[in-house]
Design a protein around this ligand. Structure first.
Ligand code: AMP
Length: 281
């Protein structure tokens, strides 16, 4: 497994692979890898990739001024061991100066799906994501890129950006992976105390119940959302948002029909967790 730190070397490596006929997948991450990230590598292979690049870059431009950029968990040795075991071909792990020259003044902004939900409390987050993902695409030159359903809004915004800007890259969205107890896997779960972790299971339990209720015929959307909120609040969670949206366009849903996504963001202690469930009707 190769570790590449510069954009030039990454582009040359991918260019040579492409000329040799390889199908390249990129899996962008911020590191501190877990089963959720590793499942994206499997998804890349299932979708025809014979060459997998994992990028590890804690992207400063997607963090707000009062967010956890400085203390975001990092463990490159652990990450590279997991990637090696998974048969990853390259880790692309540039320094911030390599990705952003000091006088960098260009942004890639998606203006529709990047509004609402997480953007309400993180107004500059998605601009940072779409910019860095564009830059990672241009550095790694992949045929396909895999993103997780865990970050449902992010994956939809990136799909739209790729369509609108004609990136010749297929975007694959990979299922949300949970811990055995149901908590959505996240690098940020490390911030939770044991008690906060236990309380945070209310998100998964509430989402699972909501899906079961819809599957068994309930259509009273406002009441379903209110019950989900109440169950999270009863466990001490502070809800940032709970919504019912169209699973592709993220437009708010007013009735139970079609492909729906129910995204949730809630604080347990100081930690902000996101989760969601997809429901078909
Ligand atoms: P992050 O390192 O948190 O920026 O995540 C990198 C990629 O891994 C994103 O596409 C995430 O959606 C995906 N990911 C993170 N956690 C999970 C999970 N629990 N299940 C599926 N994908 C995930």
């Amino acid at each position: 497994m190769k570790i590449i730190r510069t954009i030039r070397e990454m582009q040359e490596w991918s260019d040579a692979k492409r000329r040799a006929g390889a199908t390249i997948a990129v899996v962008p991450t911020m590191g501190y890898l877990h089963e959720g990230h590793l499942s994206l590598i499997d998804t890349a292979r299932k979708n025809g990739a014979d060459t997998v690049i994992v990028t590890i870059f804690v992207n400063p431009t997607q963090f707000g001024p009062n967010e956890d950029f400085a203390c975001y968990p990092r463990d490159f040795e652990h990450d590279s061991r997991l990637c090696e075991e998974k048969g990853v071909d390259v880790i692309f792990a540039p320094e911030a100066q390599e990705m952003y020259p000091e006088d960098s003044s260009t942004w890639v902004v998606e203006e529709k799906l990047s509004k609402g939900l997480c953007a309400k409390t993180r107004p500059t987050h998605f601009r940072g994501v779409t910019t860095v993902v564009s830059k990672l695409f241009l550095a790694t030159l992949p045929h396909l890129a895999v993103f997780g359903q865990k970050d449902g809004q992010q994956a939809r915004a990136i799909k739209r950006m790729v369509r609108d800007l004609n990136f010749p890259i297929r975007i694959v969205i990979s299922p949300l992976i949970r811990e055995p107890d149901g908590l959505a896997r996240s690098s940020r779960n490390k911030y939770l105390s044991e008690e906060e972790h236990r309380n945070a299971l209310s998100i998964f339990r509430g989402l699972t119940k909501l899906k079961a209720d819809i599957d068994s015929g309930r259509t009273d959307l406002a009441a379903l959302l209110a019950e989900l909120r109440a169950s999270i609040e009863a466990a001490g969670g502070v809800v940032d948002y709970i919504e019912a949206v169209d699973a592709e366009t993220l437009e708010p849903k007013t009735s139970v029909e079609g492909s729906m996504m129910f995204p949730v963001a809630a604080y347990f202690g100081k930690t902000r967790l996101i989760d969601n469930i997809l429901v078909e009707r």
